[in-house]
Design a binder for this molecule. Structure first.
Ligand SMILES: Cc1cc2nc3c(=O)[nH]c(=O)nc-3n(C[C@H](O)[C@H](O)[C@H](O)COP(=O)(O)OP(=O)(O)OC[C@H]3O[C@@H](n4cnc5c(N)ncnc54)[C@H](O)[C@@H]3O)c2cc1C
Length: 639
């Protein structure tokens, strides 16, 4: 049985959202006060949704595991946020932003959703400006923008290299206002451990108080997951250390389908792995490719320092291979090109697993002051970590796990396959197909939270106005709480010898080696076996020190790694199923003569949405066919 109805409105692409909004039902202000909404997550998606729903008058409860909403991972976003303002008069438009995203995602995203994301992008920028976000300004006072990968116009708005931080401060201020007004209650240091489904509808969550260990019940008329991405499954990634996939995974196990789980973006410009004891990789924003030039020496294993290598002995391989886009090719293309050069023996640095990102020419042409103004904090960050100043020596960069295009399947209203459960921001799969273009995540997370979910959720809640407060004393809450407690007990009682971190590291290596930048059938099959073995070992030999009723970060990790072990397997099933290459999903068996991703539109033009069928059982695949009425499917070329 196909459970998927994307509910894409009829009518021309440009009118779908306008017409749909006009038909969505409203909840009158007096009734809103009687309705409870849980929002899990306080990144740009969660904060924007919670503050907007609070302002509308609903009773909102918002959860995060950090001590402050302001520490959500969104704070790390550096380079910028897209909007189709056409401020540079370079012929940008909503259609062009839509087209760039569809093409960038290698034609594996839903047209209607992507068009809407582009449409609301302009509202998002206006809203953040109104909230006081200090975007860079141009001479005339308009907010300034710059180019990002995969596009030929300038549409990325930014606040130095701190765009996420500044936007989150804006979103957090608005959230704080609602907390002060009493429409939003904030629950920091809480981890959602499970979703409670009653009579088929999402009705609440079970949380663990991370300070006291207490297991708590929270009910609502609807639940919104804004819990971010799961790129940390690779252990080493550009994400915040605590980012994880558990909330989405628990929802999946309760019935929410998981879409395109293997679509993971590997970002081309991370600081390379320096040693075996690292737990995190640091991103160098894509914005740097506006002025930095990527190269490797033309001679394999060239022992000279970069500044000693003359111009004609440098291979600016992105400019050579992709003359139209040069250093601004999309991330998946840039990542694979770096890997290709390093695998061929041209990589630089102690491990040979890095390439240069060089600002010499930009400093000469535009001056050091310009570079400082635009990228100063990124340069400082790089120097602090590596001990080298990018003003003097080229940066060394290498691809790293970054962003998950996959996530909970949602329909056009951002509702999952569980009625009353919504997923927004990076937690859903909706807008980026098989590869996300830079600066379009902040745009999507904020668009979802400010301008889409608040309208669509009302349509669902309009049927709930007669439903009284949901009690937490139901058998469903009892059962979910018991399962959570039993699992914690089990994790604590294994008492083996290996830490959760150690298991995570081993898991990350399997995922990186077999389900990372390139994949093939043999490797993926091997990964299935390795993941089963690792999971067995985990449940036999895990060591969680200390006790349950206190702050216990080892327990938190163990809980998340246990879920990652299962989610990893779903990613592998998904990657195995999709025998084509598309976007970031590169199946070695499916490539063009020049080594580019080769799609198979006839057989794989669909969203793969997976149904959980029980622990240890194979998931069931549901397909949402993708129809392209407004763009012509073509080979994605940046040449
Ligand atoms: C280094 C870096 C730089 C980036 N730069 C850019 C950029 O310049 N432009 C761009 O568009 N995108 C960028 N991205 C991507 C972008 O930052 C993210 O996709 C986006 O911020 C995700 O926002 P979100 O609100 O969906 O989730 P997040 O910001 O990840 O927030 C998740 C929230 O969910 C909460 N949470 C999660 N699980 C649970 C649970 N079980 N219980 C309770 N709470 C939970 C967390 O506490 C947190 O509050 C970057 C990503 C990285 C890693």
């Amino acid at each position: 049985m196909n459970k998927l109805n994307a509910k894409i409105p009829d009518g021309p692409l440009t009118d779908k959202w306008t017409n749909h909004k006009a038909k969505l039902r409203l909840v009158n202000p007096a009734n809103r006060r009687k309705l409870d909404i849980i929002v899990v997550g306080t990144g740009l998606a969660g904060s924007s949704a919670a503050s907007t729903l609070g302002e509308l008058g609903y009773n909102v409860k918002v959860f995060c595991y950090q001590d402050s909403p302001r520490r959500a991972h969104s704070v790390a976003a550096q380079g910028g946020i897209n909007a189709a303002k056409n401020y540079k008069n370079d012929n940008d438009s909503i259609y062009r932003l839509f087209y760039d995203m569809i093409k960038g995602g290698d034609f594996r995203a839903r047209e209607a959703n992507v068009y809407r994301a582009a449409e609301v992008s302009n509202l998002v920028i206006d809203h953040y400006t109104a909230l006081g976000v200090p975007f860079a300004r141009d001479y005339g006072g308009l907010i300034e923008n710059r180019s990002f990968g995969g596009v030929q116009v300038s549409r990325t708005f930014y606040a130095k290299g701190q765009t996420g931080q500044q936007c989150l401060i804006g979103a957090y201020s608005a959230l704080s206002r609602q907390i002060e007004k009493g429409t939003v209650t904030i629950y920091p240091r809480r981890e959602m451990m499970d979703l409670v489904v009653i009579d088929g509808k999402a009705r609440g969550i079970i949380t663990r108080n991370l300070i006291t260990g207490e297991i708590e019940r929270h009910s609502a008329h609807a639940v919104v997951l804004a819990t971010g991405g799961y790129g940390t499954i690779y252990y080493l990634s550009t994400l915040a250390l605590n980012s994880n996939g558990s909330a989405a995974w628990r929802a999946h196990k309760r019935g929410a389908l998981f879409a395109n789980p293997s679509f993971v973006q590997i970002h081309p410009t991370s600081i390379p792995v320096l040693n075996d004891h690292q737990c995190k990789l640091t991103l160098m924003s894509e914005s740097l490719r506006n002025d930095g030039r990527v190269w490797v020496p033309k001679t394999k294993g060239d022992p000279r320092k970069p500044n000693e290598i003359p111009e004609d002995e440098r291979d600016y391989y992105l400019e050579r291979r992709y003359p139209a886009f040069g250093n601004l090719v999309p991330r998946d293309v840039a990542s694979r090109a770096a890997k290709e050069r390093c695998d061929a023996g041209y990589g630089v640095g102690p491990t040979g697993l890095s390439v240069y990102l060089d600002f010499r020419d930009a400093i000469q042409k535009k001056g050091r002051k310009y570079i400082e103004e635009n990228y100063g904090n990124l340069f400082e960050m790089y120097e602090k970590i590596t001990g080298e100043s990018p003003y003097e020596v080229p940066m060394r960069i290498y691809p790293a796990g970054h962003y998950t295009m996959g996530g909970l399947w949602v329909d056009y209203n951002l509702m999952t396959t569980i009625p009353g459960l919504y997923a927004i921001g990076e937690a859903n799969f909706s807008d980026h197909g098989a590869n996300r273009l830079g600066a379009s995540s902040l745009m999507q997370t904020s668009g979802d939270g400010y301008f889409i979910l608040p309208y669509t959720i009302a349509d669902y809640l309009a049927d709930e106005i007669k439903t009284p407060k949901i009690p937490t004393s139901t058998p469903e809450f009892d059962a979910a709480e018991k399962e959570v407690k039993d699992r914690i007990e089990k994790l604590m009682s294994i008492n083996g010898t290996e830490t959760a971190t150690s298991f995570h590291k081993r898991l990350g290596k399997i995922m990186w080696d077999y389900c990372g930048m390139v994949r093939n059938e043999e490797g993926l099959k091997k990964a299935l076996t390795l993941l089963d073995e690792l999971k067995d070992e985990f449940w036999k030999n895990l060591k969680v020190p200390d006790t349950v009723n206190e702050l216990n970060q080892e327990l938190e990790k163990a809980n998340r790694v246990a879920d990652f072990l299962e989610l990893g397997k779903l990613m592998v099933y998904d990657a195995l199923n999709r025998k084509e290459s598309c976007g970031a999903h590169f199946r070695e068996e499916s490539q063009t003569e020049t080594g580019e991703a080769k799609r198979d539109d006839e057989n794989y033009s669909y969203v793969a949405a997976w149904e959980f069928t029980g622990d240890g059982k194979e998931p069931i695949l549901h397909k949402e066919e993708l129809k392209f009425e407004y763009v012509k499917l073509q080979e994605r070329s940046y040449k």
